[in-house]
Design a protein around this ligand. Structure first.
Ligand SMILES: [Zn+2]
Ligand SMILES: [Zn+2]
Length: 460
C-alpha cells in the first residue's frame, strides 16, 4: 500500500468511527511507522487513550528501522517510564539502535532488562545481542551470547564472523566460518563480506581468492561491489596492483564508489598515477561531494613531484565547494555521549583535559613517541605543528577517558573518519604507559591498543 492509499484508509477509519478501537489504532501506527511516516505514526499514537505494548513496539521499531535511532531510544525510555513491559520485538530493535549508535553501556542495560523480564531467549533477540556487542567492539561479550544460544542461524554466525574481522582477529573469523559450515549452516552474501574483510586485514590473499571463487561456484551467490572492493583492497595492499586491475576489468557488476575507492588507495600505495587518475575521475562523478579522491590524487601528484598538477586538483576541489569533513571523536560515559572536535575547547572539563594531554605527551615522548609532522597542517612552525597534532580529536577523547574511566576498565573511543597515523602511534604508547586497553573504532575498523601494540598490526 502506498502513502496515498494509507491516508485514505485512515480517513475512512475516522469517518466510520473505528478510530476508538485500540486494535485499529495500533494497525495505523504500525502502517505509518513501517512506511517511514514517523510524524503520522506519532500523531495517531499521541491521540490514543490506552496504549499497550503493541502500540509502543510499532513506534519504537518504526523509528529504529528508519534510522531514527535516537528517537527509538527516547521512546523506549518513555515506554519503560510508562510501566510497559517490553516484548522481544522491541528489545531486538532497540538493540540494533544501540549497535548503530555504538552505545555499549545502554546496550548492556537493555540486555539486563531483558534478562530481568525473563523474556526467554529468541533467535532474533540473540542475534541482535551478538550484533550489538560485536558492533560496539566487545567481541568477548558477543561470543558469550553466541555460546549461550540454543538455536543459531546464518545471521548469528555472520554477526560473529564480521565482528571478529572488524576487531582485527581475521584468523578467528575464518575459524568460525569453518565451524559454521560444519554445523550445516550455509553462508550468505554478508558472510562473504566478513570473510573477505578478514582476509584483507590479515593479508591472506590465497584464502580470499578461494572464498570469492566459492561464492558463485559452490553457493550460487553472485559477488557484489562490496566483495570486489575487499578483494581489490587486499590485492592492492599485497603489492598486486596488476591483478587488482584485472579483477576490476573482469567485474560482472558495475564498479561502484567503494570499489573505486579501494582501487584508488591501491594506486596510491604503488604510486601509479595513470590508474589513480582513472579511479579518481570515476569517483568525482559517483560521489561529487567526497573530498577523499581529491586529497589522495593531489597527494599522489605531490609525491611524484608534479606540484602544478597537485595545486590544480586542490583548486578544483575548492571551486567545487568541497571541504574535508571535520574529524570528530566521541566516548560514552554513564550513558552520556561526550564529543570532541580537533582543538576543541567546548567541553566543561577542558582545562583538566588539556593538562592531561600535556602530561600524556611528556610521558609518551619519554617512552619513545616521536610526533609525525606529516599529519599536521603546513602553515605552522614546529612547535605549533606539535601542538596541533597533540589536540586531534581522538587524543582529546583519550585524555578525557584517562580522567574519567576507572582504572582497569577498557577505554572505548569512536571516530567518524580514519584514525591518523600520528594518533595511531600515540595511542600505542598511551596504552603502554598508562597500562590501559584502548579500543578505537574508526570509520573502517576497530583498533585494540594494548601494551604498546595495536591489533591491526599497523596495517589499516
Ligand atoms: Zn590524529
Ligand atoms: Zn591499529
Amino acid at each position: 500500500m502506498d502513502m496515498k492509499n494509507a491516508k485514505s484508509v485512515h480517513c475512512l477509519i475516522i469517518k466510520t468511527g473505528f478510530e476508538a478501537y485500540k486494535l485499529v489504532n495500533n494497525a495505523l501506527v504500525d502502517m505509518y511507522a513501517k512506511r517511514g511516516s514517523l510524524g503520522c505514526a506519532f500523531t495517531v499514537f499521541n491521540h490514543m487513550q490506552d496504549k499497550d505494548v503493541i502500540s509502543w513496539t510499532s513506534l519504537v521499531t518504526g523509528c529504529a528501522h528508519n534510522g531514527s535511532c535516537e528517537e527509538a531510544l527516547k521512546y523506549f525510555c518513555d515506554m519503560r517510564i510508562a510501566g510497559i513491559c517490553p516484548d522481544q520485538i522491541v528489545v531486538a530493535s532497540i538493540l540494533s539502535a544501540c549497535a548503530e549508535l555504538t552505545l555499549l553501556e545502554l546496550g548492556r542495560q537493555v540486555h539486563a532488562t531483558f534478562l530481568k523480564f525473563g523474556l526467554g531467549s529468541s533467535l532474533s533477540v540473540g542475534n541482535s545481542l551478538v550484533m550489538m556487542y560485536a558492533k560496539c567492539g566487545s567481541i568477548e561479550d558477543a561470543n558469550r551470547v553466541f555460546d549461550s544460544m540454543q538455536v543459531r542461524d546464518v545471521i548469528t554466525w555472520t554477526a560473529l564472523i564480521v565482528g571478529y574481522a572488524k576487531n582485527g582477529r581475521g584468523k578467528d573469523s575464518l575459524q568460525f566460518y569453518d565451524q559454521m559450515l560444519a554445523s550445516g549452516t550455509k553462508p550468505d552474501s554478508i558472510t562473504f563480506i566478513g570473510l573477505l574483510f578478514a582476509c584483507s586485514h590479515a593479508g591472506l590473499v590465497e584464502n580470499a581468492r578461494h572464498y570469492i571463487e566459492s561464492m558463485n561456484k559452490v553457493y550460487g551467490i553472485q559477488p557484489g561491489p562490496e566483495h570486489y572492493a575487499c578483494m581489490i583492497d587486499l590485492l592492492g595492499r599485497s603489492g598486486k596492483l596488476v591483478e587488482a586491475k584485472e579483477l576490476l576489468d573482469q567485474m560482472v557488476v558495475e564498479p561502484d564508489a567503494t570499489v573505486w575507492k579501494a582501487f584508488l588507495a591501491a594506486c596510491r600505495v604503488h604510486g601509479n598515477l595513470e590508474l589513480g587518475e582513472r579511479a579518481a575521475k570515476n569517483l568525482f562523478e559517483l560521489e561529487p561531494k567526497n573530498a577523499m579522491p581529491y586529497v589522495l590524487l593531489s597527494n599522489m601528484y605531490s609525491a611524484a613531484g608534479k606540484w602544478d598538477a597537485a595545486a590544480s586538483i586542490r583548486k578544483l576541489m575548492k571551486s567545487r565547494g568541497i571541504s574535508k569533513e571535520p574529524g570528530c571523536s566521541w566516548i560514552e560515559l554513564n550513558s552520556q555521549v561526550h564529543t570532541f572536535l580537533s582543538e576543541d575547547r567546548g567541553h566543561p572539563r577542558t582545562a583538566d583535559i588539556y593538562s592531561k594531554i600535556d602530561e600524556m605527551m611528556l610521558l609518551i615522548k619519554e617512552a619513545g613517541y616521536v610526533p609525525d609532522m606529516n599529519f599536521s597542517l603546513h602553515d605552522l612552525d614546529v612547535e605549533g605543528k606539535q601542538l596541533g597534532l597533540a589536540y586531534h580529536s581522538e587524543k582529546l577523547a583519550v585524555a578525557f577517558a584517562l580522567l574519567t574511566v576507572p582504572a582497569g576498565a577498557p577505554i572505548r573511543i569512536f571516530k567518524n573518519l580514519r584514525v591518523c597515523g600520528d594518533c595511531h602511534n600515540a595511542m600505542k604508547y598511551t596504552s603502554g604507559v598508562y597500562l590501559r586497553h584502548i579500543i578505537l573504532r574508526d570509520s573502517n575498523r576497530f583498533h585494540h591498543f594494548r601494551e604498546g601494540k595495536c591489533s591491526c598490526g599497523d596495517y589499516w
